[in-house]
Design a protein around this ligand. Sequence first.
Ligand SMILES: [Cu+2]
Length: 690
Amino acid sequence: MIWMIVQFASTIVLAVLSGIAAWRASRIHRAPTKEKLRTRLRWTFVWMGIAGLFLLVKTAAVIVLGASGEVFIEDKIAMQLPMLAIAIAAIVWFQIPAARAIRAIAARRSKDALMPLDRLTAAAPRWVWPIQLGWIASLLSVIQQFFIAQWPLRIGTVLAVWLVYAAAGCALWMRAKSRCRRLAETGSPDRGAWGARLIWRGGALLTAVLLVAVWFGLSAQASRVPERLSMAGQNHDHGHAHDVAAAAAPAVSVASLTGPQSGTPDRRFVLEAQKTTVTLPTGEKKEAWTFNGQLPGPELRVRQGDLVEVTLINRDVEAGVTIHWHGVDVPNAEDGVAGMTQDAVMPGGRYVYRFVAEDAGTYWYHSHHQSSKQVQMGLYGVFIVEPTAAPPQPSVDLAVVLHDWPTDNGTSVTLGSLDRLQRKIADPGTLVRLRFVNAGNLPAPIFVTGVPFRVTAIDGTDLHEPGELADTRLDLAAGGRYDVTFVMPNSAVGVSRSAGSFAQDGNVLVISPSDEGMPPEAVNGNAFDPASYGTPERTELGLDTRYDRHYKLIFDNRLGFYNGQFTFVQTINGRVFPDAPMFAVREGERVKMTFVNRGFEVHPMHLHGHHIQVLSRNGKAVTGSPWIADTLNVAPGETYEAAFVADNPGIWMDHCHNLDHAASGMSAHVAYEGVFSPYEIGSATVNQPE
Ligand SMILES: [Cu+2]
């Protein structure tokens, strides 16, 4: 959302401009002549004026954001704007009258030197101090915005910021006073011997550097994840449950929540994690970590209702590996989260996953151990559950995985199914189904041209009466899936990741009736909006349903340390894993979650073991088909209400599927009461879920 960026940017620009204005204001009394004094006075006001414009922009942005909810502006209302308003008041009451007095001294085209008394007027605290106060207010706004970003806002934090403001304001006033006194005593604007000044300035700088260094060291240390901890034992949050103090149920271990342990599987697969050298489309050779030497891993196709057995063998990935069935609501022990539902499988080890594929749809699998690294390195593949009551079989049913691979020269190349021009043949009049899977960390634009098409499923769940689309861009959430179907025309159909001519861009898939023909250019049309697509259908969950629990998740980012690293820390309710909230639920409950993104990055939120139904976006109810997702893209400034039924006991990750964000703290859990995990994470264990 543009106003979020405007707000962030104007806050930074304001601090820079007011700093320049304050610096200029503090130097005008050293003007050699009255004419120079006049110019310097004018320039100070020019800088102050530009800063004032950005303050107006910032204020406008805050007003606009306020309409989206108080969560977006509470820190601005409690601290930033009133601090700035006080500075503005000081400027109006003190600085502008003082400027009039200075202007009376200054004279156009006068080469006269300033009298000592003139210099005193031009160095008066009433002149210098207000803009310095404005600079402090805008500097504190930046610090609060980028380093503290907290939710809910604590009164102690607000008081601390105001205290710093008051102290800095007093210190600057006293400094301006003493400077004036010195000027009155010596009668000269000289600032004393440069040696003494150097010692003072050097000392101040050294102190500042030391303070920052101590702060860095302490925060880095404090941010370390303990050597050993249970992921299930952290801050329990209980939403608005009616009787949370009820007697604890007998404890159930995650390890006991398995799929069917007996019975002959309908489908058996073996996935062997191994190091493989792959050749990128650029010709570059790279080490990849793959399943069965393939990139992406083998496409697993099963029938709805099949008992599936997958044996994971780790041949030589030293760090260990697991398999998470993304979007498949498997029993908890089959979920593949290292340190939560199992220990990572080390080289030479194996783990057997058994579950019934209950819901037809497009899913994927990937390692959930060091996931930000291992998915990037290639440990992922597609998992497709075909429906039992099969509709007319498509003549082309193709999974298209989107994944980027960074190369040595910094750019990314697409791997998977769209890394070069590929052609598929389909007879005119037949049904084509494309299953898009985004295995990357960022939303992926997809363009389908040459035919009207329908989005028939989101994250594996069919949509109700989806309408025909054309010239529409599909923005697929990281970790998400869209199924697209169309009836094959007599001419070529194209799929690409960018708009424009197909001839220039190699990253295309062409589906055509014969070996030749190119599709029309991809147009950057409107974005597909799942909130108003298809027609409504009754479901168990709605905006007027009575919910047993309601959780609010506020996403934000701030600069700081996570596990010893200085980074953009990605927070949920101001906290990071393992201190991020644990959302308690009980089997059978209806749970509502409100997601709010207050930061400046996109967060595709992924809840394991459940599908969530999106109820509203930015206060507007979903009007189309029920929108059921497992990975919901929450863009900056957006608010979503979503709900799920707690029907799959266990402890489930609820994290950002920009896996780099998950690795920077954006990872929480939904925990069923009475369930515990015998597994641990931390540097003293092998498990690193993110
Ligand atoms: Cu994120």
